[in-house]
Write a protein of this length. Structure first.
Length: 255
């Protein structure tokens, strides 16, 4: 864990120092700039590191929004399962599930030309049915466990059971799903940049890929930087998936 933190700190310091570049456009690789510079005079390796971090940050924010929305719907549906509210949530999820995620993004691209809005709204709506079913199903399964019945017999309130028993035991199921959604959100952010939306100067895997494709024959360092960004993002997701989780006060390894 300490080695990973040190690597991240070194990468962050290097990116912060080199992000402005040398001022020379398309500088050849050197000791100071291992991959050279891009068309804006920025260090290509620093751009790769910052692009991976930017896509990961945007993906995390969007995934958190989608997960929070799905979790809220699942909790309300669990508490109001036999009411009009529960039926309304089920009907809404059914309607959203009938529309593919790609179609949501295409419609929202026309309605909202601002890429972050398209990503946040489209991804949240597109993943809501899947996340809602997974979260609701796991919460329902936990409520029927013997230890929940024992807690009820001991006089524990429903809220206390939910916070101290049901949710902690459901976290091992929620965690890999959340990582999957995070990866999908980061990929969607890259796709939006890849189709040419947004400012070309902004940092992100998508815009880096499209710039790398345009200059691959003359200046391949941009495409190399884009591939490095993809590898870094994948490695970060793998690290999150393999890190031990805390369940019931105990460390549980995912190896």
């Amino acid at each position: 864990m300490r080695k990973r933190v040190v690597v991240l700190l070194v990468a962050a310091v290097y990116s912060a120092i080199q992000a402005a570049g040398s001022g020379a456009e398309w500088a050849t690789p050197s000791l100071l700039h291992p991959l050279g510079t891009d068309e804006y005079g920025r260090d290509a390796l620093a751009v790769a590191l910052l692009s991976a971090a930017t896509s990961a940050a945007k993906g995390t924010a969007v995934a958190a929004l989608a997960f929070a929305l799905a979790f809220s719907c699942a909790v309300v549906r669990s508490w109001r399962q036999d009411s009009i509210i529960g039926d309304a949530i089920d009907a809404t999820l059914l309607v959203l599930d009938s529309v593919p995620l790609l179609l949501w993004l295409l419609v929202l691209i026309v309605a909202f030309p601002h890429p972050p809005t398209v990503l946040a709204v489209g991804f949240s709506l597109g993943t809501l049915p899947f996340l809602g079913r997974v979260i609701a199903g796991e919460l329902q399964r936990q409520w029927h466990q013997p230890f929940v019945a024992a807690a009820r017999m001991s006089g524990a309130s429903r809220m206390r059971i939910a916070m101290q028993t049901v949710l902690p035991n459901a976290l091992p199921v929620f965690r890999p799903v959340a990582i999957q959604v995070l990866g999908s959100a980061a990929a969607a952010e890259g796709l939006i940049g890849l189709v040419g939306l947004g400012n070309r100067e902004q940092l992100g895997i998508g815009t880096l890929l499209i710039r790398g494709r345009e200059h691959v024959l003359v200046h391949p360092q941009i495409l190399i930087a884009a591939l490095i960004s993809v590898v870094l993002l994948f490695a970060a997701l793998r690290g999150l998936a393999s890190a031990p989780a805390v369940v019931g006060g105990r460390l549980v390894s995912n190896q």
